[in-house]
Write a protein that binds this ligand. Structure first.
Ligand code: NAD
Length: 294
């Protein structure tokens, strides 16, 4: 990598806390090297308190941009000059692009989800989707899917601190897109079964299935699913979650973990900064062959 860095190298950051565990620096720096692009990607431990100065430094240092993660995804909104329409609807930003001092915020989690399906030649536009969860990932997926043309959406949530989020998502989708969204209490299992049965895709965005809830699933009865639907879990560690096992037991044809979404949200950001397609297959092999050997 040192061979690539010179006086013209453009810096891209990742501003979050904690962040040292992130795979994004490895993902992006290897993609830059593979394509011979003169960029470098570094992680910075940034909290809400240091965020304003960090965002100003994007301008001062003439950085090309940054990824933004927790706890800064919402807090960054008023610090930017422009917002992509979907980022505005989602109310969160995970990617900033600096065009000559003008900072624009985007969210690529939802586009990453849609792209992960497109990579499998699956198109959910015009279809019905049932989704559990309305936190960061759920909100991005719900708003992007509705914006892109999903026809109907049933959102299931528990009565925790994200319930209001779920209500907000339903309101925004119904007011600002052609999709018809409804919110249900996850405790209503009859509704949960009925809505999934009527859907082309069921997505779990709750994290149930990864630590500390590894081995758990919100759906445990294979009869909830039908064979020709899509079952998508945003979790990517473990690679096969309990939900995916239940779907496989039901004979569901299209069952996915969150790896494709994770790679494609990075690829979408990569494209915003560089104008180039990330070599996703190369990065998948590089990152996850290593990971799977652990
Ligand atoms: P979050 O904390 O913002 O939201 C969590 C959501 O899950 C909330 O709606 C909450 O009500 C619900 N939930 C939590 N525990 C639950 C339980 N026991 N039963 C039912 N619902 C429950 O989290 P997040 O940032 O949205 O992340 C959620 C999951 O998505 C995590 O597993 C994360 O790793 C994954 N994720 C994947 C990607 C990707 O690219 N694949 C990107 C972002 C997040």
């Amino acid at each position: 990598m040192t061979e690539r860095i010179d006086g013209h190298t453009l810096l891209i950051g990742l501003m979050a806390y904690p962040i040292r565990h992130s795979m994004s620096p490895t993902m992006h720096n290897n993609a830059f090297a593979k394509l011979g692009l003169n960029f470098a990607y570094l992680a910075f431990e940034i909290t809400n308190d240091t965020l304003p100065a960090a965002v100003q430094s994007i301008r001062t240092l003439d950085m090309r941009g940054s990824n933004i993660s927790m706890p800064n995804k919402q807090k960054i909104l008023p610090l930017l000059d422009k917002l992509d329409p979907v980022a505005k609807m989602v109310g969160a930003v995970n990617t900033v692009v600096n065009d000559n001092g003008v900072l624009t915020g985007y969210t690529t989690d939802g586009t990453g989800f849609m792209k992960a399906l497109a990579d499998e030649n699956l198109d959910i536009r015009g279809e019905k989707m049932t989704i559990a969860g309305a936190g960061g990932a759920g909100t991005a997926i719900e708003i992007q899917a509705a914006y892109d043309g999903v026809k109907e959406m049933s959102i299931f949530n528990i009565h925790d601190q994200t319930w209001e989020n779920a209500e907000r998502n339903v309101k925004i989708i119904n007011e600002q897109t052609d999709c018809k969204a409804q919110l249900f209490d996850l405790a209503d299992q009859d509704a949960f079964k009925r809505e999934i049965a009527d859907s082309a895709i069921y997505c779990d965005s709750t994290g149930v299935g990864m630590k500390p809830l590894e081995g758990k699933s919100l759906v445990n009865d294979p009869s909830f699913f039908h064979k020709d639907m899509i079952v998508f879990d945003t979790v990517y560690a473990p690679r096969t979650t309990k939900l995916m096992e239940v779907a496989q037991e039901a004979g569901v044809e299209h069952v996915f973990n969150g790896l494709g979404m994770m790679l494609e949200q990075g690829a979408e950001a990569f494209k915003l900064w560089t104008g180039k397609e990330m070599p996703v297959d190369y990065i998948r092999d590089l990152l996850f062959d290593q990971d799977d050997q652990k």
